[in-house]
Design a protein around this ligand. Structure first.
Ligand SMILES: Nc1ncnc2c1ncn2[C@@H]1O[C@H](COP(=O)(O)OP(=O)(O)OP(=O)(O)O)[C@@H](O)[C@H]1O
Ligand SMILES: [Mg+2]
Length: 303
């Protein structure tokens, strides 16, 4: 079932058209990536979903209802804005307790959330003294207060160093698994969302260029996914791989390296197979089938 549905949504700010006749759906329980360059319309789409903005033209629903008109819908969505403002002098605990009271969240639920998001150790620290990574955790915790069914995170990894980015993405994966909450995450750093998201909406210059499950988009845009595989037994591995109907090409690069082309919709099963073959497979990497390539095909070719 679709939890978000845009049909022909246009959003205009004075002379700027931020979103132009956008139509797309988002399925329940997915982690959806909103991908597009600066100014594409990602934040505008999120604000429309949150019911903060009203479309200039067209219709959109969240959980089947209009989020601009229906407060009950907004209560089911958690939001972390692009540039949140926090009371920097306040310890983490005071801030979260304050918000919990406002949203009628009990102490037990708050404690559970604090543990899950990894904030126990910094409860007494003033928000202004936290590292950026921990400030993002505070943002994620506040967006989860009240048990939302949909979490909308606007550039949650912006301005973080690579290690903190990884940590935040791992945390989001964990939260998705533990809380079974649907998520929408925006980013203009394309490759980083490859591992976390299963569904994508590609936006550029206010237009939704395409959307769907990654596997389906791969099938549509990429003719094959190419992997480079490192192995300690190249002959056995080549024999096993050649027999798989979804493998289109097996090529020896040198005595321990194989290049393998897989039908793109099977790339997940292929990754599964490689881990089963852990005895002889010592490493592997994507050569072409990455989110970046997909992005290049869908968005890059236009600009
Ligand atoms: N309140 C506003 N008033 C006027 N123009 C706006 C407003 N909000 C957004 N815009 C414009 O709409 C367009 C889309 O902006 P939006 O913030 O949705 O893009 P974005 O994809 O989130 O970009 P970024 O990656 O930079 O965050 C931009 O040209 C922006 O300048
Ligand atoms: Mg934005």
């Amino acid at each position: 079932m679709a939890i978000v549905e845009f049909s022909g949504v246009t959003k205009r700010f004075r002379n700027t058209v931020a979103l132009r006749e956008a139509s797309f759906t988002i399925p329940e329980r997915s982690i959806t990536a909103f991908l597009g360059p600066n100014g594409a319309g990602k934040t505008t789409s999120m604000k429309l979903i949150m019911g903060f903005l009203r479309p200039t033209k067209g219709n959109l629903t969240v959980f089947g209802e209009d989020p601009f008109r229906r407060e009950e819908v907004r209560k089911r969505i958690g939001f972390m804005p692009e540039k949140p403002v926090y009371p920097m002098d306040l310890p983490v605990e005071d801030f979260l307790e304050h918000l919990a009271r406002l949203r009628k969240v009990g102490k037990t639920d708050l404690n559970r959330l604090v543990r899950l998001v990894g904030l126990e150790k910094v409860l007494d620290t003033k928000i202004g003294e936290l590292s950026r990574g921990y400030i993002q955790r505070v943002g994620i915790a506040q967006s989860l207060l009240g048990d939302p069914e949909l979490l909308v995170l606007d550039e949650p990894t912006a301005n973080l160093d690579p290690a903190s980015r990884r940590e935040i993405l791992e945390l989001l994966k964990l939260l998705h698994k533990e809380l079974r909450v649907s998520m929408i995450i925006s980013s203009h750093i394309i490759p980083e969302l490859q591992e976390v998201s299963s569904y994508c909406v590609f936006i550029d210059k206010g237009m939704v260029l395409d959307y769907g499950y990654l596997g389906d988009l791969w099938k549509k845009y990429m003719t094959e996914a190419v992997f480079t595989i490192e192995t300690r037994d190249i002959n056995t591995l080549a024999r096993i791989l050649i027999e798989k109907p979804y493998i289109k090409l097996v090529k020896k690069v040198d005595k321990s390296l194989l290049e393998v082309a897989v039908e793109p919709e099977y790339y997940k099963s292929f990754e599964g197979l490689l881990s089963e073959l852990g005895q002889i497979v010592t490493g592997f990497s994507f050569k072409t089938a990455s989110l970046g390539d997909l992005y290049g095909k869908i968005v890059g070719s236009r600009s």
